[in-house]
Design a protein around this ligand. Structure first.
Ligand code: GLN
Length: 308
């Protein structure tokens, strides 16, 4: 067993476990632009709270589509601005259904199960739009500052592709609007949501951004975005809901708060210690990256850095 502080050794061991699986899974194609990514790519990075950055996999600095991983950061922003307001509009329970399922939302009268699935994130973006007037801009700024990279931006081709093929998200948003749950015009909320999802980021950058949570709400410059309590709660929601209807499986296999996106990235947090980002474009049938999940499972196996 490796010492968990020997990160280069740990990363080599993670790579050893993942190597033969690279290329597995199916690249998301319901947003056509995403289907063009090479399924053989893989990256993995760890950023530690004391300033270390370690990576492996050959594509740790390659940017990929952040997609649903943005849901963690938009939630952090609304919690920092309007506190508990958002919890009047979205629950905190695992959904047990896919991230873009409609039927639970109809049954539960337009209140999404949690902010880590699409309808919940649409409510969060709606709230962020009310809170800031520019939900996309607020997210972009937060990520630029936390990664130290002023150049993080939306991929407008992906955003347009998602908009063009966005009938499912439009349905979710209008269904919530039919229950008077949306505060801003649906097209405007969707525009911000699609551009948020299309932000491209690398594993190294994402791991750095995740330190916001690993440091329990403290930003890169030492100031606070969130209280320790709020950060703890976001991580609780990630653990229980961050990988959609596979959250139980992830708690079992990885044992860390995680958030995945259909671009193939997964962000995992070891509270008080480090933030880990893994990326491989091939997804399983729940929409989680096959190789990123394997890498995170290997990481917690090797380091014993699980929250349990
Ligand atoms: N942009 C994607 C969508 O809304 C995000 C989904 C995801 O990453 N799971 O469908």
């Amino acid at each position: 067993m490796r010492d968990s502080d020997d990160y280069p050794g740990v990363l080599d061991a993670v790579m050893e476990r993942v190597r033969s699986h690279i290329g597995e899974g199916k690249v998301a194609d319901y947003i056509p632009q995403l289907a063009e990514v090479d399924p053989e790519e893989f990256g993995f990075a760890v950023a530690t709270v004391d300033g270390g950055l370690y990576s492996t996999g050959g594509h740790a600095s390659t940017r990929f589509s952040m997609q649903s991983i943005t849901k963690v950061f938009t939630l952090a922003l609304v919690m920092s601005i309007s506190g508990g307001e958002v919890w009047k509009r979205v629950h905190r329970e695992p959904s047990g259904t896919s991230f873009n399922s409609l039927y639970q939302l109809e049954f539960e009268e337009g209140i999404p199960r949690n902010p880590m699935i699409n309808p919940g994130a649409l409510i969060v973006t709606d709230q962020l739009l009310t809170d800031t007037g520019d939900a996309f801009g607020a997210l972009q700024e937060l990520l630029c500052v936390e990664t130290g990279d002023p150049d993080l931006h939306a991929d407008n081709v992906v955003a347009d592709s998602e908009n063009e093929h966005g009938d499912r998200n439009r349905s979710l948003a209008y269904l919530m609007a039919s229950f008077s749950k949306m505060h801003n015009p649906v097209p405007e909320v969707l525009d911000h949501y699609f551009r948020q999802c299309s932000i491209t980021i690398s594993c190294e950058e994402l791991a750095k951004a995740g330190l916001l949570l690993a440091r329990h709400g403290r930003r890169a410059d030492g100031s606070r975005l969130l209280s320790t309590r709020e950060a703890r709660r976001i991580m609780a929601v990630m653990l229980t809901c961050g990988t959609y209807d596979a959250a139980g499986e992830f708690a079992y296999r990885v044992g860390l708060p995680c958030k995945s996106g259909i671009g193939g990235g997964i962000l995992a947090i070891v509270p008080g210690r480090c933030s880990v980002a893994a990326w491989g474009p091939g997804l399983d049938d729940k929409g989680n990256s096959v190789t990123a999940a394997l890498a995170l499972e290997a990481f917690t196996d090797i380091t014993k850095c699980s929250v349990f």
